[in-house]
Design a protein around this ligand. Structure first.
Ligand SMILES: [Cu+2]
Length: 123
C-alpha cells in the first residue's frame, strides 16, 4: 500500500467519524418526521424514565405515536398546562393529537419528578 493510499484511507476514516458525530448530535435537540413518535423507556438511570426525543416537532392535528416500552407501569404524556394528556399502558402505544399550535413542556402525571424534561412543539 502506497503512502498516498494510506493517506486517502485516513482522510476517509476521519471524515466518516465527523459525519457520525454530527448525525448523532442533531436528533437530541429537535426531531421532525412524517410519523412523529415519543418513546418512553424505563432505563433505571437518573432519571429512571425517559421521553425520547426530548424535543419533538409536530403539526396541529398530526397523529403522534406514544410508545411505552416499560413493562412495569403506565406512564402519560401530559402538557404542563393540561392542554392534552394521554395515558400509555405498559408495552403499548397510543395516538396523541394536539389541536392548537404551541410549545408544550410535558410531564408524566404519574411520576412527575422521575422523567427527563421534554417538550412537544406543535406548529
Ligand atoms: Cu411515568
Amino acid at each position: 500500500m502506497s503512502a498516498r493510499t494510506k493517506l486517502a484511507i485516513a482522510v476517509a476514516a476521519i471524515a466518516g467519524l465527523s459525519f457520525t458525530a454530527t448525525a448523532q448530535a442533531t436528533p437530541a435537540s429537535n426531531v421532525q418526521t412524517a410519523n412523529p413518535t415519543i418513546t418512553i423507556d424505563n432505563t433505571g438511570g437518573d432519571p429512571p424514565y425517559t421521553f425520547t426525543p426530548a424535543a419533538l416537532d409536530a403539526k396541529v392535528g398530526q397523529a403522534i405515536t406514544v410508545t411505552n416500552n416499560d413493562s412495569n407501569g403506565v406512564h402519560s404524556v401530559t402538557a404542563q398546562d393540561r392542554s392534552f394528556s394521554v395515558d400509555v399502558p405498559p408495552k403499548s402505544s397510543v395516538t396523541l393529537t394536539v389541536k392548537k399550535a404551541g410549545s408544550y413542556p410535558y410531564i408524566c402525571q404519574y411520576h412527575t419528578d422521575a422523567h427527563n424534561k421534554a417538550t412537544l412543539n406543535v406548529s
